[in-house]
Design a protein around this ligand. Sequence first.
Ligand SMILES: Cc1cc2nc3c(=O)[nH]c(=O)nc-3n(C[C@H](O)[C@H](O)[C@H](O)COP(=O)(O)OP(=O)(O)OC[C@H]3O[C@@H](n4cnc5c(N)ncnc54)[C@H](O)[C@@H]3O)c2cc1C
Length: 638
Amino acid sequence: MYIGKYEVVVIGLGHAGCEAFYALSKMGLKTLGVTINIDNIAQMSCNPAIGGTAKSQIVFEIEAFGGAMPFIADKTAIQTKTLNLKKGPAVWSLRTQNDKWRYKNEMRLFLEKCPNAEIKQGIIEKIIFDGDEIKGVSFHNGAQYECRAVILTTGTFLNGLIHIGDKSYQGGRLGDPASTALADQLKTLGLKMGRLKTGTPPRVDKRSVDLSVLEEEYSDPLRRYFSKSSAALNLERIDSPCYIIRTNENTHRVITDNLKYSSLYSGKISGTGTRYCPSIEDKLVKFKDKESHRLFLEPEGDDTYETYLQGFSMSLPEHIQLEALRTLRGFEKAEMMRPAYAIEYDYVHPSELYASLMSKKYKGLFLAGQINGTSGYEEAAGQGLIAGINAGLHITGRPPFILSRTESYIGILIDDLVTKDTDEPYRMFTSRAEFRLSLREDNADIRLYKYAYDLGLIDKKTFELINEKEKISGELIEKIKNNFIPPSLEFNEKLAGHNSCPITVKTDYFKLLKRPEINIFDFIDEYCGLFSKLGYGDKKNDIDFLNYFQTMVKYDGYIKKQQYMIDQVKKYDQMMIPVDIDYEKMINISTEGRQKLIKYSPMTIGAASRISGVSMADVTTLFMYISLMNKKNPVEVK
Ligand SMILES: Cc1cc2nc3c(=O)[nH]c(=O)nc-3n(C[C@H](O)[C@H](O)[C@H](O)COP(=O)(O)OP(=O)(O)OC[C@H]3O[C@@H](n4cnc5c(N)ncnc54)[C@H](O)[C@@H]3O)c2cc1C
């Protein structure tokens, strides 16, 4: 018997579940969020940090949809840095080190206040179906609730098995039970499932480390935020240092001498691990010649001695972990507060899903996060957002919302998952984006705000603010092309200070800002003097705006070129593929893509792009190849 009724039940309140829950609440759907332990909502199971390369772009996209992660990450940041500043703006990536406890507490309090939505602690053992339709969920204590859609976001919990040395025991992560009954039910549903593995390093008591011999790293001088709301609040700035450490010959000896005791190398673990975030055992085996590996000691909070040793994840027995740890300089007397461990868990192959993240077999069943084979909080949150939106649209009888690869990293992530599937933990990289100069942090709001507004996820005021950013930037670009600075001794001295050639004739501000060595922040008085004259003096302290504006000027030509390519890709969706095309000749197409193209012989570029296994990169190559073939004859467009 059902004891309550909801429209959607979100199973799991990790990073995916939280975003799904919040999106549904804003869309006005009666939602229930269920989690095994209410005190561990949005728990950071591994690294206490949000953002970083390619992941920050996802966080900014979540912000564009008014999501929860960006604001909570800003509010609980204890160190902020923008990575890759020496490279181009496509890869600039904000990263916050976070207070792990404050993050989860803030998120819990935030979700508790969401309208239309309730949270319950419990373990869901079964989803109740009638044929291929969802009817409700059943708790471990027998309680049943009716619902029309379910979003499964169970992370590493399905049949989770923790490994430390030769010991293994069931667990969803250290301190939480595994989810076994639900895992068993999923198998009976005929969903294709697999087994993956991940790991985490030891947590070290900071008081036991001689920090004075370690290299310190602090925040950037300029504070940046993921969320516009945080920027407006001017939050208190905390700056806890991280420390850089290097492994040495002794560390390598202790680990390699004891490999046979590692869960990973003794053959106990069958799940596939992440290639991109290998354990220290893996690094030493695969990169034998490397004399040293860099590690980071990162605070887990501002008010705790517990620290996270990034780069030192392993599955050796605890006493060997301690021995290896104590070989590090400054760690001679180190004590661990929690050991490193590896975890194996079940996942559902994402090829079981549509791009809306709904199951192809069961209507109203959505999956998001690590259950789909991904790794990382941001990847999980991005999927949670889309699953939440689509569950809401499904319930209200509207068509699904799909983000394309040309407009977002979240689109790339989901497209990769559902078209290529994955048999190893998937994480985001900027190299996965074909048009990454167009998918930057600074323009995520402009790329996505219209969708967010139409879906009811951002309010009118936010919509107008973003609209204004786009409009003013466009206007100012035109204006600075027509405003000139005359040569003067004083100004040329300033240019010389930035290794920039003097100006000998009056020069427009656009040309000046296009110089690679000129940074708007160094010349802010000149530009803001001009902005004030034009009525936009308030932009002087708007870092988000200035970053966007500067990138639009400096990369003007490249951005326009890329936009042209994107438009072409969209436009030529209907381009016919010649029947006699020889895919074997296209060396830049992936092997899988080529096999699928030969097998399915699609008629148009659009049809080719929708074949599972044919990536956007393959489609772009195909498009260019056909364009070349058609050079003498006009390209056929329906
Ligand atoms: C040991 C370990 C190491 C990791 N290492 C890395 C790493 O190096 N790099 C990286 O990027 N990521 C790493 N991660 C992954 C990162 O923690 C996840 O990618 C991220 O948390 C996934 O978010 P999620 O929302 O999918 O799931 P989770 O954050 O795991 O949340 C799952 C939620 O589901 C709930 N739940 C599960 N089963 C049920 C049920 N039956 N009923 C009700 N609620 C249920 C849980 O209570 C929890 O709230 C690691 C995770 C672990 C555990």
